[in-house]
Design a protein around this ligand. Structure first.
Ligand SMILES: [Zn+2]
Length: 365
């Protein structure tokens, strides 16, 4: 930590003197000043005990970063280091005082989704905007559900994003407009931001999503099914009951749309499952309630999520449903009736997938 108490006054480690008596501002226990030639000064508890806000094992990266961030966020208002918030038993790495205060968390150590959610809720409770900036450890992780679930948050001008603080460059690396393409691959863009005005300005680049390769995707699905990939098992079982092979989904289901990164195995596979269920209801009227139910069930079967820690997937799922139904109507498979839709024709699944593959090999060989 950078701040300790001396005679009931807060002292910055930079201004502290060796061998003075310092206490933790939260638990009042003794803290020791650490100061070396290659080490930026900081305090650490003598005995960790049960301090609610202790950050022991704090790295030099964290200590350095906090000082840099205080400077970076200074343009928004006066910044306090390690602001103690006793009512929620939390301590913000940096606290920016403004109409809506900003609680900056520079996260360098491992942390679980539960704890992130709890701390985020704590800051909201005291009226602060929680801003998570991730350190090196997280920067090395692959962008996927684990990071997105814990830390991704919508930010004006940047879509859904993750923020990384780079201590070397003293800049924010913004991983923005996070999405999943129809095959379930995660996509994003990356921009370096050197000031708050650049952050406020938002993304200035033209964004272009590369199209998916459906043939390759079918091939990959088939390979995964042959290797009995666990994530696909519930899907194949669901479809098998209807006599379908996952990789043989109808061409009518193909889409180039992207989704919020909540779609597990991806939009195409979701369409395959929901489509199989939907067309099994031939002879009945498909009501909006039925479609809603199938859409949610489908999302769960493909390993998707209705929400993440800091954003909701309801609107995105409603859009996926809407687009699918509209395309099926346009292609003549569904027709509007009074209380919903009826099935006019059924899209063709590839009946014998191995034959389909052999044809494919001939073409490519
Ligand atoms: Zn303490």
């Amino acid at each position: 930590m950078l701040i300790a108490l001396e005679n009931q006054k807060l002292v910055d480690a930079i201004a502290a003197v060796r061998h003075h008596a310092y206490q933790c501002p939260a638990c009042q226990r003794t803290v020791i000043l650490h100061h070396g030639t290659h080490v930026a000064p900081y305090f650490a508890h003598q005995n960790l005990g049960t301090c609610a806000v202790a950050t022991e094992g704090e790295t030099q990266q964290h200590i350095l970063g906090k000082r840099q961030l205080a400077k970076f966020f200074g343009a928004w208002g006066p910044v306090t280091f390690e602001k103690n918030l006793p009512e929620i038993q939390q301590r913000a790495d940096c606290w920016v005082a403004r109409t809506q205060p900003v609680a900056v968390e520079f996260q360098c150590s491992p942390i679980g989704a539960e704890q992130v959610a709890q701390r985020t809720a704590g800051y909201r409770k005291v009226g602060a905007y929680p801003c998570w900036l991730l350190g090196e450890r997280f920067g090395r992780q692959k962008i996927g559900w684990s990071l997105i679930d814990r830390f991704a948050s919508p930010l004006r001008g940047w879509g859904l994003c993750l923020l990384f603080w780079d201590v070397g460059r003293q800049q924010i690396r913004v991983v923005h407009h996070l999405y999943q393409d129809a095959t379930g691959s995660y996509g994003y863009w990356q921009s370096w931001v050197a000031s708050l005005s650049e952050l406020e300005a938002g993304n200035q680049r033209r964004l272009w999503v590369p199209p998916i390769n459906v043939r390759q995707f079918r091939h990959d699905l088939n390979q995964k099914l042959m290797r009995a990939t666990p994530a696909l098992r519930p899907l194949q079982e669901t479809l098998y009951l209807h006599g379908y092979h996952l990789a043989g989904f109808p061409t009518a289901f193909v889409t180039q749309h992207v989704t919020l990164p909540l779609f597990g195995q991806g939009l195409l596979v979701w369409r395959a499952v929901v489509g199989a269920w939907l067309f099994a209801l031939r002879g009945t009227v498909l009501t909006p309630a039925t479609i809603d139910r199938l859409a949610v069930q489908g999302l769960l079967v493909i390993g998707g999520h209705l929400r993440a820690g800091r954003f909701d997937g309801k609107v995105g799922l409603a859009r996926a449903q809407h687009d699918f139904i509209q395309e099926l109507i346009a292609a003549g498979y569904l027709g509007r009736v009074k209380s919903g839709w009826q099935i006019n024709a059924e899209p063709q699944w590839a009946a014998d997938y191995t034959v389909w593959l052999k044809n494919d090999e001939k073409k490519s060989g």
